[in-house]
Design a protein around this ligand. Structure first.
Ligand code: NOJ
Ligand code: CA
Length: 696
């Protein structure tokens, strides 16, 4: 890492890896709304360095211990003309660089407004980028793979439609941004510890191949209002010549503060099923009645449905549509299924009043988060779930009406605790109310954080959908056990996702924290679930199993309907067996967009699970060995793989299950289809149990 001030007194940094430049000299600084920007005319006042090498134990995670090792250098810059100081703090890790701006409280810098952050990342060539379109409101895009210079021409195609979306530049992309150079160096740009600041996008100057930070504005167009003393989030550059190192990097989480929750005993990984996929596919509805159609502002409501107003509408007087998913009898069936197969939780969406006109109207008082529909028996189901040893998972869709949610938050959390719920899935579909705010501006970043901290007070775990993408904050707030903030499985019912999507998410979105991806779809022909929906899940069944290992998360859903699992109980066994918390993880093979193979050791056990996802056209042969196993133990591996005839489009349910004795000497060559993969459970057994079982 190099740092200097240029002739104008602007801070400039550069980064090399194994003797080769990966970031060319790049400017740093913050343009302020007042005239005295923190971008130039600096002199170096002081600097200080230190070395840190420590280990910490996450509450849940991919590893039992996480090593945090870096060299830190902080330079205090002085701007004479405005008599202002700004610190830039660098942390150099083996796997990359993090830096942030710090604003000490001082006479001439107390309250200030950011016009734009001017942090540059100057690329050394026209790299291959794996990117999603820059957007102030959504990350629910498929990834595009192309040269940096081609981003502009691919932008239109990259922007599929969404309930809330706001683009800002034809060369704007989101972080985490993954790239690969012609020499085979992998570079990832992102941010860490995004707290009380607006989300950073990157805008490319394609002529010079320079990215510059582009923050998400507030309703006035400003990029943030800060009060010293304060800091920016960390800007992160992860670099390696081995793609596996990017996946294994803990730099992002290490740049966050240690846990602020002292007693973490109530935070537990959760494997769950739900009343969910049936609504996503359109088989059943969230709403109890047939109300106003989504997002068609101005259209009249059907005559038999009055205008829905919470506190005024008597839902018991309305005609049920007969398709309401969250009805007591059906929820009991799902609880039974969860209990029978050993799941921890059941998520139920559409249980509360308000879904008739839930988004598209900028409705402020859209939900109250405590009033069930007439056919959902809160207390009865609480007791039923308790008797079956299953936890109910609460759902709070806010429809982006954030002020309304904050107004109800305490009451809603108290209601949850009173009814034995200790995890909530929140959601932010549609444009943000108050109007003018974006999902990713500073005010919204603060909202998501407020919910996580408030939830911690009530000992509630949070899984936020459509919220800001994570930046490692789960280290500080480990009750944030999940997030969506990317294109999840739901899009397979909305037209489908690219077959290599899941070979990219771990290189991008997952670097900041786990995703509630909701895998486990066994019926890929969505019309079999809902004849009115012709979407196709672009994945094989074996690929769906692998996702429980490749998409690390302490929160894992088995998203398909019980009846589809009942058709394939031998494959479902993997979902039942797979661990959701780990002592160790070994990335065995990786190439963004093409494949990921990872082996993980179950927490506190000697069992291992392996997952491979493949995105290569025509498929690919994965080659792994098992030297991660203990030499003095005995194991039986069950391999769930694509059959030779598997095809994510035409034959997705063609899988094979084989059992072998495996040892440190075993080797596997396993073909996986495009959009396919394989999953392996490796269970420690007594020596006798290996008798008569074929060796691998
Ligand atoms: C979008 C979420 O991602 C999905 O999981 C949820 O079911 C719907 N919103 C309704 O809240
Ligand atoms: Ca979503």
């Amino acid at each position: 890492m190099n740092f200097s001030l240029d002739v104008k007194g602007s801070p400039v940094y550069a980064l090399s890896y194994k003797g080769k430049q990966v970031i060319k000299p790049s400017k740093m600084g913050i343009e302020l709304k007042d005239k005295h920007s923190l971008t130039d005319s600096f002199t170096i006042k002081t600097s200080a360095s230190k070395t840190v090498d420590e280990s910490w134990q996450p509450v849940w995670g991919e590893w039992k211990n996480i090593r945090n090792q870096y060299n830190e250098w902080a330079v205090t810059l002085h701007r004479d003309s405005s008599n202002r100081d700004m610190v830039i703090r660098f942390r150099l890790f083996n796997d990359g660089l993090g830096f942030r701006y710090e604003f000490p409280a001082q006479k001439n810098l107390l309250h200030f407004v950011i016009k734009e952050e001017r942090t540059q990342f100057a690329m050394t060539g026209d790299h291959t980028a794996y990117w999603i379109a820059g957007d102030y409101d959504t990350q629910e895009y498929d990834y595009t793979t192309c040269k940096l210079s081609e981003i502009r021409s691919k932008m239109k195609e990259a922007r599929s439609s969404n309930a809330s979306q706001t683009s800002f530049s034809p060369t704007g992309v989101q972080t985490s941004l993954m790239m690969k150079t012609a020499e085979g160096i992998y570079i990832n740009l992102h941010e860490a510890a995004l707290i009380d600041y607006s989300c950073m996008h990157l805008n490319l100057d394609e002529k010079n191949l320079v990215f510059e930070s582009w923050l998400t504005p507030d309703p006035k167009g400003d990029k943030g209002s800060l009060q010293a003393s304060c800091t920016s989030p960390w800007r992160t550059i992860i670099v390696s010549d081995d793609a596996r190192d990017i996946l294994a990097s803990n730099m992002t989480v290490n740049l966050n503060e240690p846990s602020k929750i002292k007693d973490v005993s109530w935070i537990k990984p959760v494997k769950y099923v739900g009343v969910w996929w049936e609504m996503i596919t359109g088989k059943s509805t969230w709403a109890y009645t047939d109300g106003v159609p989504f997002g068609t502002e101005g259209t009249a409501a059907p005559t038999e449905v009055p205008s829905i107003k919470l506190g005024q509408t008597d839902f018991t007087k309305l005609k049920p549509n007969g398709k309401h998913g969250a009805n007591t009898a059906h929820v009991k069936e799902v609880i039974d299924f969860a209990s029978k197969h050993g799941f921890d939780g059941v998520l139920v969406e559409g249980w509360n009043v308000g879904w008739e006109d839930w988004f598209g109207y900028h409705k402020d008082y859209v939900f109250d988060f405590v009033t069930p529909y007439p056919d959902f028996d809160v207390v009865g189901l609480r007791e039923y779930a308790r008797s079956k040893g299953v936890k109910m998972i609460m759902h709070h869709e806010t429809s982006g009406s954030v002020r309304n949610y904050e107004r109800h938050l305490d009451t809603a959390f108290k209601f949850m605790k009173a009814n034995n719920y200790d995890a909530v899935k929140t959601g932010y579909v549609g444009d943000i109310v108050p109007i003018g705010n974006y999902h990713y501006n500073q005010w919204m970043v603060n909202h998501y954080q407020y919910v996580v901290e408030k939830a911690a007070q009530y000992q509630i775990m949070v899984n936020a959908h459509e919220a800001i993408r994570p930046t490692g904050i789960y280290r500080t707030w480990p009750n944030m056990i999940g997030n969506e903030s990317a294109r999840g499985t739901e899009f397979q019912a909305f037209g489908g996702s690219k077959p290599n999507h899941t070979t990219l998410l771990p290189f991008t979105r997952l670097l900041g924290g786990p995703m509630d991806f909701t895998p486990g779809i066994f019926e890929m022909d969505v019309s079999k679930v809902n004849p009115g929906n012709n979407s196709h899940v672009n994945s094989t069944l074996a690929n769906q199993l692998a996702l429980y290992v490749t998409m690390y998360s302490p929160l894992q859903m088995a998203a398909d309907l019980p009846e589809n699992y009942n058709r394939f109980l031998d494959a479902f066994q993997f979902i039942k067996d797979v661990a959701i918390d780990w002592d160790d993880s070994k990335y065995l093979e990786a190439e963004p967009g093409d494949y990921i193979t990872v082996a993980r050791k179950a927490k506190g056990k000697n069992n291992w699970f392996v997952g491979n996802v493949t995105g290569v056209k025509g498929g690919r042969v994965s080659n792994i060995n098992f030297d991660f196993l203990d030499a003095d133990k005995f194991y039986i591996a069950t391999i769930y793989s694509d059959a030779k005839t598997a095809d994510y489009k035409t034959n997705p349910q063609a899988y094979e299950i084989k059992k072998f004795v495996v040892s440190t000497k075993s080797k596997l060559q396993q073909w996986a289809a495009e959009g396919g993969g394989y999953a392996i459970s490796i269970m420690e057994v007594a020596k006798e149990a290996t008798k008569g079982v074929k060796k691998l």
